[in-house]
Design a protein around this ligand. Structure first.
Ligand SMILES: [Ca+2]
Length: 384
């Protein structure tokens, strides 16, 4: 009898051990790219704690749907767009709010279009102005893009004002990045809306970088009198950034490869569709660097310590162009690690914030995509 019980106990211990061992083994092998990142449960928004050893990457928000652009509120909260029409907030102490701050009801989320750029007015603190760029369906001209301004009071958003309307839209090439420049004016990237000749037509708002005043009127010193056009000959620019010398850079999607990083100057023509990549022609500007036969599919860009960083969609990388070198070096970070990257924003806390676009129909979303990820730039060049 004792012998039988002992055998049963040994058998039971054996079974339990096998189960535990199996579970541990299963856990070790089942790991996706999420598990390498320490979840940032206590995101306190734009406050760098020097006493903590901050990992290379930390999750800020997960389970998002196609975040397209983000900006920082004065208190360190992150305000961001989701392409289908949501304006959402990562609160500086409570994390991601479940409900959007605003659902832009007439957003037409079609192809590459939808709710795209967001930026706060430089004096948001006093006026509460938030600018958005989005695609909608105009009863006369079909898919169209426009820039609107809302006013935010506490977490309530109201008082919609149209700032610039009638930017040609399409299933593809809607541009969509908006940022205030060091001169206090609003810069806007627009795509060619699939019609390449628009980019060379100075009377069309398509295929351009535009520059307007905060209220939508045209600055007196714009290169084409009375026109918001600042530069022309663009195919589908989606990144805007000023370096420490206040020079304007823009990323742009090429047709087949030939993705570009351009140094933008007033009134200049960046060549699409007349020249691409390394081609040159009188009166046309060639890019500072281009991807040649590779594809970056570059989108949102920002500047940090001598480099222009930009997210790559098809390239699935964070690219770093060291613009003060001649020619600029291009360094590739996180190659394939997070999937498609829509952009990067240099936060007021000294970190870089990147965001994925794996649910846009062209990626392979994993659980918890899409994400906003905080990158510690002090560790980005470490060998690991
Ligand atoms: Ca070009």
């Amino acid at each position: 009898m004792n012998g039988l019980i002992r055998k049963r106990i040994i058998f039971l211990i054996l079974v339990i051990s096998i189960l535990i061992f199996g579970f541990l083994l299963w856990n070790a092998f089942i790991s996706d790219r999420q598990t390498d990142i320490q979840k940032l449960n206590d995101y306190h928004g734009a406050v760098m704690d020097e006493t903590v050893d901050v990992p290379l990457v930390s999750l800020v928000a997960t389970d998002l749907k196609i975040p397209w652009d983000l900006d920082f509120m004065p208190d360190g909260s992150i305000i961001f767009t989701e392409r289908e029409g949501n304006l959402r907030l990562v609160d500086n102490n409570g994390g991601l709010l479940d409900e959007p701050l605003l659902v832009v009801s007439d957003v037409e989320h079609t192809g590459e279009g939808g709710l795209l750029g967001v930026t706060l007015h430089p004096e948001f603190d006093t006026n509460g102005y938030i600018y958005l760029y989005y695609t909608y369906s105009d009863s006369g001209s079909g898919l169209t893009n426009r820039v609107v301004r809302y006013q935010m009071l506490d977490l309530n958003i109201h008082n919609m004002t149209i700032i610039l309307d009638g930017i040609p839209g399409a299933n593809i090439h809607n541009g969509g990045r908006i940022k205030f420049g060091p001169d206090g004016h609003l810069y806007i990237t627009t795509g060619d809306a699939g019609i390449a000749d628009f980019a060379q037509d100075v009377d069309s708002l398509a295929g351009k970088i535009l520059r307007i005043k905060e209220d939508g009127s045209v600055p007196e010193d714009n290169p084409f009198s009375g026109s918001p056009v600042f530069s022309l000959g663009h195919r589908n620019p989606q990144g805007l950034v000023w370096d420490s010398d206040k020079r304007l850079w823009s990323t742009e999607h090429g047709a087949t490869g030939n993705d570009e990083l351009n140094l933008i100057e007033a009134g200049k023509n960046y060549g699409w569709p007349l020249i691409e990549g390394s081609e040159t022609a009188p009166g046309l500007e060639s890019p500072v660097i281009h991807s040649d036969r590779n594809t970056w599919a570059p989108s949102g860009a920002d500047y940090f310590e001598g480099s222009v960083y930009f997210g790559g969609l098809r390239g699935q990388s964070l690219y770093e162009a060291r613009i003060y070198q001649t020619p600029p070096d291009l360094i590739i970070h996180f190659d394939g690690e997070f999937g498609r990257l829509r952009g990067v924003v240099s936060g007021p806390d000294g970190y870089l914030y990147i965001f994925t676009s794996n649910r846009d129909g062209r990626g392979v979303p994993l659980s918890h995509d899409d994400q906003i990820i905080r990158v510690n730039p002090q560790k980005i060049h470490d060998p690991f």
